[in-house]
Write a protein that binds this ligand. Structure first.
Ligand SMILES: *Cc1c(COP(=O)(O)O)cnc(C)c1O
Length: 364
């Protein structure tokens, strides 16, 4: 820390991203990336035309991106059948979540979230000096909506939740929104395409809901950094005010095109998600047969633990065998690992290695 660091920045608690190994080739099941490539339409859009002896879109990088991000906004609006004025794009949905925090929270308007959820939320609170309240999940890792009634704070719910993978049915989201009529409820739907349902359908009934989604998971574009929020026009406008105050060119030219092409290819996305969901079912079955406790997942990852091996030992042994998963040391999580769903082949290897690890672990 330098002696120049501001007093507020001294209090930051940066989010720890999952490991992105540079040398050894791992089966990478630690950051919930999609095992399949993006839609071929993405490559088509980026490679269209030639100018100055290079693909035109690369030549065009000399120009600023469209601050209205119109091509992308229109494609998202068409996909969800909402008005373009209801859509806000972010550099990853992490940025959309940041816009929402900045727009709808401050020192006088705290935010509430679950104890076990996306650990980026408390990092953002530190960054923006937003006080927060935490509501513990139930013993089975579900949310009890009644604990969210009349909180008097902004609320954020990851749905499906991470790292549990559990989906909270939409009538419960509606119930929470209706019991907090004077506060914004942000629904972080990073994983919704893997078997959840989007709260976008509630926007006409609940003027206080903001939905955020990402291209990183179901659309295989984690490296392109594209996310979006959908809300009623007034809330979307508030978030755009934040966006335009910080970085009106927040999405680069290539990502605007890549995102528009990806979301327009509904069939491809649905096909990829179906494959991931089938592989997920196979993996859950395999783990449960070995005695693991696995939460029902509506995401592209599993949240699992075995009473035969500690979370740390299991994580370490998987790593020695070239497989990366995610783990935490927090209470309630210390024996859990989070396993992203890869290809069938990767998950068959993962199950085989898991079986070998269990067989060579002395019984407790
Ligand atoms: C991955 C993820 C996001 C967003 O990721 P981006 O890559 O920034 O779009 C948001 N919320 C949750 C719960 C996630 O797991």
């Amino acid at each position: 820390m330098s002696r120049f660091l501001s007093n507020t920045s001294k209090k930051l608690v940066p989010y720890t991203p999952g490991e992105q190994p540079k040398q050894r080739k791992f089966i990478k099941l630690n950051t919930n990336e999609n095992p399949y490539p993006p839609s071929p339409k993405v490559a088509e859009a980026l490679m269209n035309g030639v100018e100055n002896d290079m693909p035109k879109e690369i030549s065009d990088l000399r120009l600023y991106s469209d601050p209205e991000e119109k091509v992308l906004v229109d494609a998202i609006a068409a996909y969800y059948n909402v008005k373009p004025t209801q859509v806000v794009c972010g550099n990853g949905s992490d940025e959309n979540i940041a816009f929402a925090f900045k727009a709808f929270c401050d020192k006088d308007m705290p935010i509430t979230f679950a104890d076990l959820t996306y650990s980026f939320y408390p990092s953002l609170c530190a960054l923006y000096e937003i006080p927060y309240n935490v509501i513990p999940l139930e013993a089975d890792f579900t949310i009890d909506p009644e604990k969210y009634y009349n909180l008097g704070t902004t609320i954020i719910i990851a749905n499906p939740n991470a790292p549990t993978g559990i989906f909270l049915p939409l009538d419960k989201i509606e119930d929470i929104a209706k019991h907090n009529p004077d506060n914004v409820v942000i629904v972080d739907e990073a994983y919704v395409d893997f078997g959840g349902q989007s709260a976008v359908t509630l926007l006409d009934k609940c003027e206080n809901i903001v939905v955020t989604q990402t291209f990183s998971k179901s659309r295989s574009l984690a490296g392109a950094r594209i996310g979006f929020a959908i809300a009623n026009e007034a809330l979307a406008n508030d978030m755009n005010t934040v966006r335009n105050s910080g970085n009106p060119y927040n999405i680069n030219r290539l990502s605007i095109l890549a995102g528009a092409a990806a979301i327009s290819d509904r069939e491809y996305t649905e096909e990829c998600c179906k494959k991931v969901m089938a592989t997920r079912a196979m993996t859950i079955k395999g783990l449960r047969e070995m005695g693991f406790d696995v939460c029902d997942s509506c995401t592209n990852f599993l949240f699992a633990e075995s009473d035969k091996i500690s979370g740390l030992d299991y994580y370490t042994k998987l790593r020695e065998n070239g497989i990366l998963v995610r783990r935490w040391s927090a209470p309630r999580l210390e024996n859990r690992v989070r396993i992203s769903i890869g290809t069938d082949e990767e998950m068959e290897t993962f199950l085989r290695v898991t079986q070998e690890i269990l067989s060579s672990t002395p019984q407790k």
